[in-house]
Design a protein around this ligand. Structure first.
Ligand SMILES: [Fe+2]
Ligand SMILES: [Fe+2]
Length: 250
């Protein structure tokens, strides 16, 4: 396996990560139809000049936000899958891109999206015991995704920094991660989000939002972090979202 010349340690990556600015904060104060909000429409909403995103922002349904984030995560899983295809065919995948994707997965979904869901799922389990098994399974999946994601970050970081990492440490676990994350999203959207929409009220979402420290999405948010520029460029190329590349930070 060829080492990648442009080395980037986790330590330096985390220093970049710390550049994150507390920015747009979504707060649930009024329900909107969740299927009306897409990642694109949310981004357009974020960029509205009449809204000050540095302060608490109203009018967004938390389930709509979670669904929109799923759309974003799915794009990254597709990119990761493409790199794993290259890897499987004996080509030279972009290890830095793979590392950046997994670094994001372990620093945004694992730290903000999933904990918010854990709180929501815990509340609906209290109110409807019949969803208990699904809630427990999804919470277990959150923990497993975090563990497997962190292992992938460690192995990819080793590759980027010139370590010899056996092929089976990346390809199999990478494929499993992609498959598990996709099925996790599907289960949430089909089984628990509809229940949460029925059982949780504004005050529940307000309590959940207050419990999870908000962070602007470092890839899809308005002030995307520099370390993720390559991912944004790749998404723009593949999906034709030229506006994403145009708004890339300097
Ligand atoms: Fe989840
Ligand atoms: Fe989710």
């Amino acid at each position: 396996m060829s080492p990648v010349s442009n080395r980037k340690t986790l330590q330096s990556a985390r220093a970049i990560e710390n550049e994150a600015k507390p920015g747009a904060v979504f707060r649930h104060t009024k329900a909107v139809r969740s299927d009306c909000v897409t990642a694109q429409s949310m981004r357009a909403w974020q960029e509205r000049p009449d809204i000050d995103n540095s302060r608490e922002v109203p009018m967004i349904d938390t389930i709509a936000l979670l669904r929109a984030e799923h759309v974003n995560f799915a794009k990254l899983l597709d990119l990761l899958d493409e790199q794993l295809d290259l890897f499987h065919k004996g080509g030279l995948p972009n290890y830095e891109l793979m590392l950046d994707i997994m670094f994001y997965m372990t620093h945004y979904p694992d730290l903000f999206h999933h904990p918010k869901e854990d709180l929501a799922f815990g509340k609906i389990k209290e109110r409807n015991g019949s969803v208990g098994p699904a809630v427990e399974e999804l919470m277990k999946q959150h923990a497993l995704l975090k563990e497997s994601g962190e292992r992938l970050v460690a192995d990819l970081d080793g590759i980027v920094n010139g370590s010899i990492v056996p092929r089976e440490h990346v390809e199999g676990p990478g494929r499993t991660y992609v498959v598990n994350f996709r099925s996790h999203i599907e289960k949430e959207e089909t089984e628990l989000f509809p229940v949460a929409a029925k059982l949780l009220r504004t005050k529940d979402w307000s309590a959940i939002d207050a419990a999870i420290k908000p962070l602007e999405d470092p890839i899809f948010g308005k002030s995307a972090q520099k370390r993720y520029a390559a991912i944004r460029d790749q998404i723009a190329r593949e999906a034709g979202f030229e506006n994403m590349a145009a708004s890339r930070p300097d």
